[in-house]
Design a protein around this ligand. Structure first.
Ligand SMILES: [Zn+2]
Length: 510
């Protein structure tokens, strides 16, 4: 690159540029430590690494943390007295569905209100495309939060196979997909995601995924996956995932870990044992988990064989999800009065069987070109607890701007309020580690997810005694309580219950 430069002036500029980048990557230049800044005093600091809380002052200047310790504030410093509050690194949501939401709501109110400072979009195989213009648009019109994007396997598959995707890909098609995956990562995607329970991804072979993951690994991407089955066949799906990681030599991020049908409820420890043994063999395996025991989707997702009007299929599916009294309608346009009732209740009222009731709702929905929304039980509490207590499991929402599941506005405060304060499953420093340095480790972000001198000032101040989620299935956008202030790249974006209007978010690379 230097050889092609036409003039010594340009060479000099390049050297300056490289020097300043090197400085940015290290500690801030000494001058910055004296610039006008913000000093947070009296907070108890959870530094993101899992270290115990410690009371200390933290000074921010520009985008960085420039001082930690028992120092005095300087003359022009703005002082924030954070007595009674905990200061932690900003929360990193590695599984976030805000791709569309960012455009209409760049302030990302439901996200910053939770203390989220960085999100990763493009999960479950479905990503923006092409990547570069999408990222460029975000650079021009930034959000309140930092954003990184995955390249979606299904998105790429459709680029290559078009509508003819209901089959295995040919060798030539696979090679093309691998090339596009590599290209997407060169353009700024940070890894490859897949969603193998969904229509387009479900037709792919293991070999196809290995080839694409290998291409992603060449550019230091990681592989994030919603595996092929989270219910009856979740163990098979887990083994395939581990094999893909090993064969491609790529770090794995297992999305929303769960054992989600009656047949596998109670088997989290066995699931964990398989993952532990892969980790011992050197597989770089991390997972995320959302803090809810219920999923929210359309009424058809519970039937894996897609035989929605076949009584045997419906009967089995209802049994697998915990029975007709465990499936609740959330909305149904042809019969709004069904909302908040289980299929069992509706069937009893009509004097028909739950299977007939299910089929009737599907038929009426099809006729009206709509589908009923349903909530189903995804996991039993002991399994959620077992997953959360693994050091390699982090917190992620699987929500995002506009999500109709309460996780979209409640995930991080819920873990702090329910799993830390009420149930005591986790210590506060460990929960914070799962929201900050652990996702940062997967993302190879050296300067985020931790409070130390020189790190980027993505920060959250919250009240550990009151922090709690308030979003529910009935009111999914209700904002949480207890998150007092949120800083992104050193700028205040959330203050005392309101967005400040600042949009300092950046597009983040590997
Ligand atoms: Zn998913």
């Amino acid at each position: 690159m230097i050889r092609k430069l036409p003039s010594p002036l340009l060479k000099a500029m390049l050297v300056i540029c490289l020097l300043s980048r090197a400085l940015h990557a290290q500690v801030p230049p000494p001058a910055l430590a004296n610039a006008k800044g913000t000093v947070i005093i009296n907070a108890r600091v959870a530094d993101g690494t899992g270290n115990p809380l410690r009371k200390t002052n933290v000074r921010i200047a520009g985008e960085r943390i420039v001082g930690i310790g028992d120092f005095k504030a300087e003359k022009n410093d703005r002082i924030i007295d954070a007595k009674g509050l905990v200061l932690s690194p900003g929360f990193i949501d590695i599984h976030n569905h805000s791709t569309d939401g960012l455009e209409s709501d760049p302030l990302a109110e439901t996200q910053i209100a939770q203390g989220i400072t960085s999100i990763v979009v493009g999960a479950d195989g479905d990503s923006p495309w092409p990547i570069l213009p999408w990222l460029d648009a975000l650079r021009k019109n930034p959000a309140a939060v930092n954003v990184a994007a995955m390249a979606g396997h299904a998105t790429i598959r459709e680029q290559v196979m078009g509508k003819d995707f209901k089959r295995h890909a040919t060798a030539e098609e696979m090679a093309q997909m691998a090339k596009l995956a590599e290209q997407a990562i060169e353009e700024g995607a940070i890894g490859l995601s897949s969603g193998l329970e969904y229509e387009v991804g479900s037709y792919s072979s293991t070999d196809e995924l290995v080839l694409m993951a290998t291409a992603a690994a060449r550019n230091h991407g990681f592989y994030m996956t919603h595996i092929r089955d989270e219910g009856n066949k979740s163990f098979e799906a887990l083994n395939e995932e581990i094999a893909i990681g090993q064969r491609a030599g790529i770090p794995i991020q297992h999305s929303h870990i769960k054992v989600s049908t009656v047949a596998v409820w109670g088997q989290a420890l066995e699931y964990i044992r398989i993952i532990e043994s892969a980790r011992k063999r050197g597989v770089d395996f991390l997972a995320d988990c959302y803090p809810y025991d219920a999923w929210h989707s359309n009424i058809k997702v519970i039937i894996p064989d897609k035989q929605y009007e076949n009584p045997q299929s419906v009967e089995k599916a209802l049994a697998d999800t915990g029975g007709a009294d465990a499936v609740t309608i959330t909305e149904f346009k042809p019969h709004p009065e069904y909302a908040s009732h289980t299929i069992a209740e509706l069937a009893a009222r009509r004097g028909i069987s739950p299977v007939q009731m299910y089929i009737e709702i599907v038929r009426e929905g099809d006729a009206a070109n709509t589908e009923a929304g349903v909530i189903g039980k995804s996991m039993i509490e002991s399994d959620i607890k077992a997953f959360y207590q693994q050091p390699w499991v982090m917190v992620a929402s699987d929500g995002g701007i506009g999500s109709h599941h309460p996780r979209g506005a409640g995930t991080f405060p819920r873990v702090l309020g329910v799993y830390v304060r009420e149930k005591k499953w986790l210590t506060l420093p460990e929960a914070i580690r799962k929201m900050t340095s652990l996702p940062a480790q997967r993302l190879s972000w050296k300067d985020r997810g931790v409070i130390r001198e020189g790190a980027i000032a993505d920060l959250v101040l919250f009240d550990p005694n009151t922090v709690i989620d308030r979003s529910t299935f009935a009111k999914p956008f209700e904002l949480p309580a207890g998150i007092e202030k949120v800083f992104v790249n050193g700028e205040l974006v959330w203050d005392a219950g309101n967005p400040t209007g600042a949009r300092p978010g950046r597009v983040l690379p590997k």
